[in-house]
Design a protein around this ligand. Structure first.
Ligand SMILES: Cc1ncc(COP(=O)(O)O)c(C=O)c1O
Length: 349
C-alpha cells in the first residue's frame, strides 16, 4: 500500500519532518511534496462580516459547485475537504469487501479498514474489473487520476463497474480539474450508487480552506449531510469557494498555467532519469516509477539540498521483493523548475 505519509508523521507536518530527518537546508525548503497548486486563487478583501458571522445556508455555494461540476445543486454535498467525505462514507455502509488501489492515497484504505470493511487491493484498473467480474468485492474505490501513479479509469469502465457491482463505486477526482479529462459527474443521473469526490484544495490552491464536495444522485448524499455538524463549512470557506468556483476566467488561466508547468516538469525529469524510470503526469504532479534504491537515492539527495518530494513506497524491499519498484512524486515548482534543474546537475543516478 502506498503510504502518503512517513510513519508516525502528523498530517500537515511534512517540512517539520523533513527538517528533523535531513536537517535544515542552506536555502529554505522548496516543498514539492504536495499536489496542491503552487498558484492559489487570490484571496482579497473578504468582508469583515464573513469573518464575524456564522455561515448561513450554503445555497449559493451549492449552485456555484453544481455549475462548475456540471451537475445539479441537489446532488452536491459540501464538506470540509474531500478527506472528510472519504472518511465518512465507509461508515455509512454495512461491512463488505471493497477494492482499493494498492498504490494510491492511503487514507482510503485507512477509512474502509477502520469502518470494518474487508480490503482487496488491485494493481491496475484491469485487475479491478476482474475482481468485479468474479464478484470478489461489493464496493470499489477509483482515484481518477490516481495519486501517485497517474492511472486513469475511463468513464465506460466506471459504468461497467457500476453495472456489475452491487455496492458503491467511489470515484475520487481530487486531482482531475487540471486535466482535460471527462468527469464521472456526468454519469450521476443514471448511476445511483456512484459517488464522486471533488476537492477545492488542489486545483484552486486552497487546501487550507478545507472545502470539497461529494456528489451523488440518490440515497447516499443525505446520510452524508447528516454526519456534518452545524456550520461545518466555515463562512470564509463558503464565501471564497463560491467565488473561485464561479470565476471562469481564472480557471481557464490556471488550467493553462498548470498544463505548461506540468509539461516543463515532465521534460526536466525525463531528461534527468532517461530510461531508468517511467514518468506519469497527474496534472498537478509528476511521478517517477523506478527501482526502489535509485529513487531513494534521488529523494535523499534532493532533500539534503532542500527540495522535498513525496516518497510513495515504504519500506525497503528485501528477499523476493528486492527488485521492487517505488514511486517518487514531484509537485509543480513555482519557479518553473529552475532550482530543481540546478540541484539535479549535482546528482548522479
Ligand atoms: C487522492 C486524494 N483524495 C483526497 C484528498 C483529500 O484532499 P482534500 O481533503 O484537501 O480535499 C487527497 C489529499 O492529498 C488526495 O491525495
Amino acid at each position: 500500500m502506498f503510504d502518503e505519509f512517513a510513519p508516525a508523521l502528523p498530517h500537515g507536518g511534512d517540512l517539520t519532518y523533513a527538517s528533523a530527518v535531513f536537517g535544515e537546508p542552506d536555502e529554505p525548503w522548496q516543498d514539492l511534496s504536495t499536489g496542491i497548486s503552487p498558484w492559489g486563487y487570490r484571496v482579497i478583501n473578504i468582508p469583515s462580516h464573513v469573518w464575524r458571522d456564522l455561515p448561513g445556508a450554503n445555497t449559493l455555494l451549492c449552485k456555484a459547485a453544481a455549475e462548475y461540476y456540471q451537475s445539479r445543486p441537489e446532488f452536491v454535498v459540501p464538506v470540509p475537504g474531500s478527506q472528510f467525505a472519504l472518511g465518512q462514507l465507509p461508515l455509512l455502509l454495512p461491512p463488505a469487501a471493497v477494492a482499493l488501489p494498492a498504490i494510491g492515497y492511503a487514507e482510503h484504505a485507512k477509512a474502509w479498514q477502520q469502518a470494518g470493511h474487508q480490503i482487496v487491493f488491485y494493481d491496475a484498473i484491469a485487475q479491478l474489473c476482474q475482481l468485479a467480474e468474479q464478484a470478489t468485492v461489493t464496493h470499489a474505490v477509483v482515484i481518477n487520476p490516481n495519486n501517485p501513479t497517474g492511472e486513469v479509469c475511463p468513464l465506460n469502465t466506471l459504468e461497467f463497474l457500476h453495472s456489475i457491482l452491487p455496492g458503491v463505486v467511489l470515484v475520487d477526482e481530487a486531482f482531475i480539474d487540471a486535466l482535460a479529462l471527462p468527469s464521472a459527474v456526468i454519469l450521476l443521473p443514471s448511476l445511483p450508487r456512484l459517488c464522486v469526490l471533488r476537492s477545492v484544495g488542489k486545483f484552486f490552491g486552497l487546501a487550507g480552506v478545507r472545502l470539497g464536495f461529494l456528489l451523488n444522485s440518490a440515497e447516499l448524499a443525505e446520510p452524508l449531510r447528516q454526519t456534518l455538524p452545524p456550520w461545518a463549512i466555515g463562512h470564509p470557506a463558503q464565501w471564497l469557494g463560491e467565488r473561485a468556483l464561479n470565476d471562469r476566467a481564472w480557471q481557464l488561466a490556471q488550467r493553462l498555467r498548470l498544463r505548461d508547468a506540468q509539461q516543463q516538469l515532465l521534460t526536466l525529469l525525463q531528461r534527468f532519469v532517461g530510461a531508468q524510470c517511467t514518468l506519469a503526469g497527474g496534472g498537478l504532479f509528476v511521478t517517477l516509477r523506478g527501482p526502489w534504491h535509485t529513487l531513494m537515492h534521488l529523494y535523499q539527495r534532493l532533500a539534503e539540498q532542500g527540495i522535498y518530494t513525496r516518497w510513495c513506497h515504504w519500506p525497503e524491499p528485501t528477499g523476493a521483493t528486492v527488485n521492487a519498484d517505488a514511486w517518487l512524486r514531484f509537485g509543480l515548482p513555482i519557479d518553473g523548475g529552475t532550482r530543481l534543474a540546478r540541484v539535479l546537475t549535482t546528482i548522479t543516478l
